[in-house]
Design a protein around this ligand. Structure first.
Ligand SMILES: *Cc1c(COP(=O)(O)O)cnc(C)c1O
Length: 444
């Protein structure tokens, strides 16, 4: 496949312009393994989440309706589709929103991987202690003896915010001592909420990579502490991948087929890479060449893009290119990508595009106006995807060389909305008004 934006691409990235990159190493194929992980690992993760479901339902009442399974709706968004088409060309196929913004417990995609890894660690400790058997009804984890067991253990994580929320809330509920190492860009309300749950927040003046590095160092020096490694953890990655198994069923329920005549396109916001990587890995295992995955990054934090396009992965940061890594998109302000994810996705990812912050605000306001769904800025990064694919020369080249030119009317596009429902109302409204103001300024 030809490399999309040509020789000037790196210049445009450095100038923090919006770009669309097609992965020249992409291979249209079925896979049974990537990064050492397989369908068996995904099913194992799904089974573990099922074992914990009775416990989750008992302590988080908002999950009771879904029997303790932490899942989000997949919704058709026809009014948003109309709005996007009115300022651009038609979006061929169906447009759907995966509402991880409304996942229970922590309101972001991190409720998948983050919570999963905490549960896995808790299960391991309880099994080792002889206090639990996989045959038990896990709602017994509610009992005081388990809280006492877990209170002798620590969990630590470095986070820009949302991973800290997921891990902090879940670990604290189980009874662990939790330490969340946060970067300077983390929002005050997230720190306040976690402190309220009994989580210890350690703050750093610099960015996410520093918070992770320091958190890891402190945790490694303490044998009772378990560090959740956002950059390299296979458990996190597998927790995210379970989304694909669930999505397969949700699409069946909506009557959406995916096969050689019905391609699926998925657009997922990317920070360090674990969330979108895990979801995309799961989708490729299930749908093989019929699913096409694109990541979206802020123009000021295109870490996965520069890592994959140079092949240097975690050996390069956006700061190395003179890019400041300053964005209002929480969770995406990451300067250095996960090497594990970049390498695992090397032949699986179709491409990556970047989005300006200003565009994110406009899109979240449009979504609120058309569908009455409120998401956070980072979660809106998926929306420009269909237009890049359908209306840019590089996107059209991708469609043509993939043999999909006459199949786009039968396609489905899923925009992955990765966060937002935990944002306090006043902040939610300020995001909305900011988006409206940008839109007004442009329509004058
Ligand atoms: C963390 C996050 C992402 C991206 O996940 P990574 O695993 O960091 O790539 C996307 N959107 C939101 C809202 C997030 O919090």
């Amino acid at each position: 496949m030809m490399n999309a934006a040509g020789p000037n691409l790196m210049d445009r990235i450095k100038e923090t312009k919006e770009v669309f990159w097609l992965n020249p190493k992409y291979e249209s194929k079925s896979i049974s393994e990537a990064g050492g992980l397989t369908m068996t690992d995904m099913l194992d993760a799904e089974a573990r989440l099922k074992r914990f479901a009775p416990y989750i339902a008992s302590i988080f009442p908002e999950t009771a309706e879904n029997s303790g399974i932490i899942e989000s709706p997949l919704s058709e968004i026809p009014y948003m589709k109309d709005a996007l088409e009115s300022c651009d060309r038609p979006i061929l196929g169906r447009l759907l929103l995966k509402c991880d913004s409304h996942l229970p417990i922590s309101g972001s995609i991190k409720a998948r991987g983050g919570i999963y890894e905490v549960l896995k660690h808790a299960e391991k400790l309880a099994l080792e202690e002889g206090a639990l058997s996989p045959k038990n009804d896990y709602s017994i984890l509610h009992e005081k003896r388990f809280k006492e067991l877990f209170s002798r253990h620590k969990i630590a994580v470095g986070s820009t915010g949302n991973l800290g929320l997921s891990i902090g809330i879940m670990s604290a509920a189980l009874g662990f001592k939790v330490f969340v190492h946060m970067s300077s860009d983390a929002r005050q309300w997230k720190k306040d909420l976690l402190r309220h749950k009994g989580v210890t927040i350690v703050e750093y003046a610099s960015d996410y990579s520093k918070a992770v590095e320091e958190g890891r160092k402190q945790s490694d020096s303490d044998p009772s502490s378990y560090f959740i490694d956002d950059e390299n953890s296979k458990d996190l990655f597998l927790g995210y991948s379970v989304a694909a198994l669930r999505l397969q069923n949700q699409m069946k329920d909506l009557g959406i087929e995916i096969d050689e005549n019905h391609p699926l396109f998925v657009y997922i916001p990317c920070g360090v890479g674990g969330g979108p990587g895990g979801v995309a890995f799961g989708l490729k295992v299930i749908f093989g060449p019929h699913v096409h995955c694109f990541f979206a990054e802020p123009t000021h934090s295109p870490c996965m893009l520069v890592g994959m396009m140079t092949g240097l992965h975690n050996q390069i940061s956006v700061q190395d290119l003179g890019i400041d890594n300053i964005t209002e998109a929480d969770g995406l302000a990451v300067g250095r990508p996960s090497g594990f994810v970049g390498k695992t996705m090397e032949s699986l990812l179709s491409g990556i595009y970047t989005v300006e912050d200003r565009e994110l605000y406009k899109l979240l306001a449009t979504l609120a106006d058309t569908e009455n769904i409120y998401i956070e800025p980072s979660a809106a990064a998926g929306f420009p995807g269909p237009s890049w694919l359908l209306n840019s020369p590089y996107g059209q080249e991708y469609i043509k060389s993939s043999g999909l030119s006459d199949k786009m009317n039968n396609s489905a596009h899923i925009v992955w909305a990765t966060g937002g429902s935990m944002v306090p109302d006043t902040i939610k409204m300020s995001y909305y008004h900011k988006g409206k103001a940008y839109k007004r300024a442009e329509s004058k």
